[in-house]
Design a protein around this ligand. Structure first.
Ligand SMILES: Cc1cc2nc3c(=O)[nH]c(=O)nc-3n(C[C@H](O)[C@H](O)[C@H](O)COP(=O)(O)OP(=O)(O)OC[C@H]3O[C@@H](n4cnc5c(N)ncnc54)[C@H](O)[C@@H]3O)c2cc1C
Length: 386
């Protein structure tokens, strides 16, 4: 029989993460963001408790759990107003790819630092000219003796300033066909020729996005993750976890906004009764709650499929979950702002500060349009439109 509730262990993990994150809270997170400071102590505390690398095999310092576990951690942090974008990137994308395809030596080298939070890994695929069309990336990797030489540019790369390494998608020449094939390289952020500058964004977050310049960065042979010819498959291994984590980030934000808005709607009285008794206030919140719960269910389905090793089915579910979660978050935050009236756009109540973060879920890591393209083609069998 299919079980529609999470295991007791997963529910307990959620409770523990929520308790830990509550000790920090939204006000602390926003203060840090506005002061241009980091939230490193939260990052290290969740790492120390074993939550950061909960999806990574135990022999490399992780918890030996699945993507559903790390997604639960991500969601509970966001639900307490402390969303950590680097969880999407470091343990979920980079950790999954390396755990699955890295050599034994690479796993020993990089996974423990991802788990204990001391060697965060960023992920860089997006380029200014290629954008969504990642087949058009032009960052190249050229062999020079035993070394690799990387050259190119990346954009909107999250958390480079907090990372020890970046997992960079570059294209190497296939010696047989001469064609350029995607490969993954671990690039230390202090490499000579590796520069980055912050992009001023409107998101209220201590985690920043960067433009990255890779100018003849020299890397040892073992910087290439896994097999030179397995680049695309290896890259795809990180994409379902990425979408599941992004979905959890969004459903967490949605829950945070709805909890605040419901509390406010019960308290605030303008005409005799609390504003929450007016359906114009209650219904948008109820609708956003339904959307959020549906998105959570699809996120859990996608996680279960990834953990069962069914990557194809997981692809559809992870895309749908990510789409649904971003929509739910946008609707939830908008309704929460409206519920608060003028207070909705004050810094004190912190609702409008969620707008851009929620809205970003429709753009990154994959846009809603590209998910609709995917579903139109793969689920409905419609012709490719691009
Ligand atoms: C907060 C944030 C964090 C990010 N972090 C990272 C990171 O850590 N690492 C990383 O590599 N990247 C990161 N990104 C980049 C992100 O993945 C891209 O912004 C995203 O994939 C969209 O690419 P683009 O911005 O170039 O938009 P474009 O590709 O220029 O697209 C612009 C618009 O056109 C639409 N469009 C394009 N092609 C089609 C089509 N065929 N059919 C229909 N619509 C289409 C898109 O959906 C979008 O709405 C981040 C972005 C943000 C906003």
């Amino acid at each position: 029989m299919t079980n529609f509730t999470e295991t007791d262990e997963r529910l307990e993990l959620r409770r523990q993460v929520a308790r830990l994150a509550k000790g920090y809270g939204r006000d602390w997170f926003v203060e840090r963001a506005r002061a241009g400071e980091k939230t490193t102590e939260l990052w290290l505390e969740i790492a120390k408790a074993g939550y950061l690398g909960v999806n990574i095999p135990e022999e490399y310092g992780g918890g030996g759990g699945g993507i559903g576990d790390v997604a639960a951690v991500c969601e509970e942090l966001a639900a307490q107003g402390c969303p950590l974008l680097m969880m999407v990137v470091s343990p979920a994308i980079c950790g999954t790819v390396i755990a699955r395809y890295g050599t034994e030596a690479q796993k020993q080298k990089w996974l423990p630092g991802i788990c204990d939070g001391t060697a965060t890994m960023a992920f860089a695929i997006t380029e200014p000219d290629a954008g969504t069309n990642s087949h058009n990336i032009t960052t190249t990797a050229r062999r020079d003796g035993d070394e690799w030489v990387l050259k190119g540019q990346k954009i909107y790369i999250s958390g480079v300033d907090e990372a020890e390494n970046v997992l960079v998608v570059a294209r190497a020449e296939d010696t047989k066909t001469g064609k350029l094939k995607p490969c993954l390289f671990v690039v230390p952020t202090d490499s000579a020729g590796f520069e980055f500058t912050a992009i001023p964004m409107e998101i209220v977050s201590p985690e920043k996005q960067f433009q990255v310049f890779i100018d003849d960065v020299r890397l040892p042979a073992d910087a290439l993750v896994g097999d030179e010819n397995g680049g695309l498959v290896q890259l795809f291994a990180g994409l379902n976890p990425e979408r599941i984590m992004a979905a959890s980030f969004s459903t967490g934000l949605a829950r945070h906004a709805l909890e605040k808005a419901s509390a406010y709607a019960k308290e605030r009285t303008v005409f005799k009764a609390p504003i929450g008794s007016h359906q114009a206030i209650a219904h948008p919140l109820a609708m956003a709650h339904i959307e959020t719960e549906l998105a959570r269910l699809m996120t859990q389905k996608a996680s279960a499929l990834v953990d069962a090793g069914d990557d194809m089915a997981a692809g559809e579910a992870a895309n749908m979950a990510k789409y649904a979660a971003a929509e739910a978050a946008v609707h939830a935050v908008d309704a929460a702002v409206q519920t608060h009236g003028g207070n909705g756009i004050t810094q004190e109540y912190g609702m409008a500060g969620l707008l851009v973060a929620a809205r970003a879920g429709r753009i990154a890591p994959v846009s809603r349009e590209m998910i609709l393209n995917f579903v139109a083609m793969h689920s409905l069998g419609l012709p490719k439109s691009y």
